[in-house]
Design a protein around this ligand. Sequence first.
Ligand code: 13P
Length: 248
Amino acid sequence: MARRRIIAGNWKMNMTPSQAKELCATLKDLVANDAVDVVYCVPAIDITTVVEAVAGTNVKVGAENFYIEDKGAFTGEISAPMLKEAGVEYVIMGHSERRDIFGEDDILINAKVKKAFAAGLKPILCCGESLAVRKAGTYVDWVKRQITWDLYGVTADQVKELVIAYEPIWAIGTGETATADQAQEVCKMIRETIADLYDAATAEAVRIQYGGSMNAGNAAELLSKDDIDGGLIGGAALKPDFGQIVNA
Ligand code: 13P
């Protein structure tokens, strides 16, 4: 089964609303490719601006975070129903920056996966090992454990709609990309883990991205690999290069 390619930008904590609008205008023609799912995951404050800016184009809007309750006394947080109503379709969870800087663990991430589906949002679930784990050689078990915990109680039909992003932490923002073979090795293992946890059809359907210093120069090789169905792009998503990645 051919899986549809998905190229998502993770803008992280970049772009004021006016800058966001400008970036959408810059990228508009460069990312116009109906054969690919193109997603901009943007800071909450930019969502309304970006939804408006990409209306009528092939670009979908994603969020970078949310909290698992629908509403209430959670100062500073935004909920999945809020994102949904604002026009968001995808939402990132499990990103290493949220795990490491904001202390999010697999129990919370698992709750986020379920809440996103309940609210009609598609999760982009991130996983990936640190440099220490990579050097210790235990990265396969590490990523397998993350996926297993994060998907606990999630149904096969939901997993078929899920996007998993493999982002080795040592390759994020460092300019040091995993080689295409290194990325493929782990993405293949993730698919095998889904086959073990669910079944072959679910493993075949789930889309797996690579993320970590993906750029206009290395995207084509990474994306040529059997189990790499797309990319989650940080730095290069803020530049015209993003268009080259979409069309790689
Ligand atoms: P960079 O592309 O800047 O390495 O970031 C990757 C990432 O963390 C995407 O979520």
